[in-house]
Design a protein. Structure first.
Length: 173
């Protein structure tokens, strides 16, 4: 079980780098390959697809709003002005959803810990990723990051809760 969790994390991190460094076309291809592998080797409950689709919708709503409100800006992705996040960023939301029942299973029913992880992990990911992918954060940057931290301190526990509610993890004996 631990090997699968580690492999899940490594595959996610690989997709993360591809999404940030290679643009939307490669991000979509890498995410598609990742989802095929995820279906084949990780998904034990088809309800996990519900979580993946929900996170895609959250990505459209959350990051779309952040682009619309100019918290994030991009010179290369013209649709962001209309509040449509770049495809590579939506691929990241999809990929994050694949972690809850596997790599993040240790957060199961530890909502406070998930909130703490949400404050730190995704915030640092946005900071590093923005620099790598040509996305600018509104000034002062610390306020943009604080907003991201606040949002993800709610999103990570939501993912953990839905994973538990929909019984997406394997039963431990």
């Amino acid at each position: 079980m631990a090997k699968k969790a580690i492999l899940n994390g490594i595959l996610f991190q690989t997709v993360w780098f591809i999404c940030l460094l290679s643009g939307s076309l490669w991000a979509v291809l890498a995410t598609a390959v990742y989802l095929v592998l995820h279906q084949r080797f990780f998904i034990k409950n088809t309800k996990e697809w519900r979580l993946i689709l929900l996170f895609l919708a959250l990505g459209l709503l959350v990051d779309g709003s952040l682009f619309r409100w100019s918290v994030f800006t991009s010179e290369t992705d013209v649709w962001t002005v209309q509040g449509i996040p770049p495809l590579w960023l939506l691929c990241l939301w999809i990929s994050v959803a694949t972690l809850f029942a596997h790599s993040l299973v240790f957060l199961q029913q530890r909502y406070w810990l998930a909130a703490v992880f949400g404050l730190v992990g995704p915030t640092m990911s946005y900071f590093a990723g923005a620099n790598m992918a040509g996305v600018s954060l509104a000034q002062p940057v610390w306020q943009s990051l604080l907003l991201v931290a606040f949002i993800w301190a709610m999103i990570l526990p939501l993912g953990v809760w839905l994973t538990h509610k929909w019984q997406l993890t394997e039963k431990r004996e």
